[in-house]
Ligand binder design. Structure first.
Ligand code: SF4
Ligand code: SF4
Length: 102
């Protein structure tokens, strides 16, 4: 298992100063989701206004903003639903894993 890398903290000044979610080490996630997630967040890209609120509140830093649309790294997402709760346009829906069909 890879050990997390420690980084010194630098105060972010703009949203682009924040890390790129799962595309860089989050420092505290060391293994992928083992299949225990009950719900998965699914982003409706048509409703998403790219406000980055979900990106900022995700406790595990698994929302990737490195392209022109947000992507969730389901290998590490724990399905807590914080992103969906905080999304004002209701662009994120929590879907039961058993009912998710891609
Ligand atoms: S909080 Fe909702 S609208 Fe804002 S970036 Fe995330 S999915 Fe898009
Ligand atoms: S469900 Fe939780 S861990 Fe998964 S993307 Fe949303 S806030 Fe992050």
């Amino acid at each position: 298992m890879n050990k997390p890398k420690m980084k010194s903290f630098t105060e972010p000044k703009t949203v682009t100063d924040y890390p790129l979610g799962a595309t860089c080490p989050s420092d505290h996630i060391t293994s992928i989701n083992a299949g225990w997630r009950t719900y998965r967040p699914v982003i409706d890209q048509e409703k998403c206004v790219l406000c980055m609120r979900c990106f900022l509140v995700c406790p595990d830093g698994v929302i990737d903003k490195s392209s022109d649309r947000l992507e969730i790294d389901y290998d590490f997402c724990k399905g807590c639903g914080v992103c969906a709760y905080e999304c004002k346009p209701k662009a994120i829906k929590m879907v039961k894993e058993a009912e998710f069909n891609g």
